[in-house]
Design a protein around this ligand. Structure first.
Ligand SMILES: *[C@@H]1O[C@H](CO)[C@@H](O)[C@H](O)[C@H]1NC(C)=O
Ligand SMILES: *[C@@H]1O[C@H](CO)[C@@H](O)[C@H](O)[C@H]1NC(C)=O
Length: 138
């Protein structure tokens, strides 16, 4: 593992679920690097005709299937998975149709691909470029 990577996290945001059309989420492509102990915000804009959309964030750590992190909606506080309660937060902004994920006190194990989705189910599988990037890190 390269020396510079020791205290640096690689955070990837990926578009998941219907990236085009009526129901869509839009995340910046590419990756963000962040420092251990720091804070990172991964944005996600969505498009939907539903008045009260449910937005979900998932994390996919190397070689694992995506795991549910949290759910947010317009009218309630939403909920977090037990494993991701303390340092992971998001606030759905209905006005700007966005649901940015914030991770505090970053740990190296937070290096991952983060998916934002409008629906509660994700299937496994990721795009080739992401897989490639993963492979170069391990
Ligand atoms: C989300 O929308 C805002 C405002 O239109 C824009 O500035 C931002 O770049 C968008 N972010 C993504 C990840 O598409
Ligand atoms: C939601 O987004 C709008 C438009 O970008 C912004 O003016 C507003 O401050 C945001 N609300 C919150 C609670 O962040």
């Amino acid at each position: 593992m390269a020396h510079w990577f020791r205290n640096t996290l690689l955070i990837l945001g990926a578009c998941y679920f219907d990236c085009r059309g009526e129901e869509a989420v839009d995340q910046q492509s590419g990756h963000v690097t962040a420092l251990e102990g720091g804070l990172v915000t991964i944005n996600c804009n969505y498009t939907t005709s539903r008045a009260s959309p449910d937005l979900f964030w998932y994390i996919q750590q190397t070689r694992n299937s995506p795991q549910y992190v949290l759910r947010r909606d317009r009218y309630s506080e939403g909920s977090n998975s037990d494993e991701f309660k303390k340092r992971f937060d998001s606030r759905l902004n209905f006005t700007s149709s966005s649901v940015p994920l914030t991770i505090q006190r970053l740990q190296l194990s937070d290096s991952a691909v983060y998916y934002c989705a409008l629906k509660p189910t994700v299937t496994t599988g990721y795009t080739a470029p992401l897989q490639k990037l993963f492979d170069s890190l391990i």
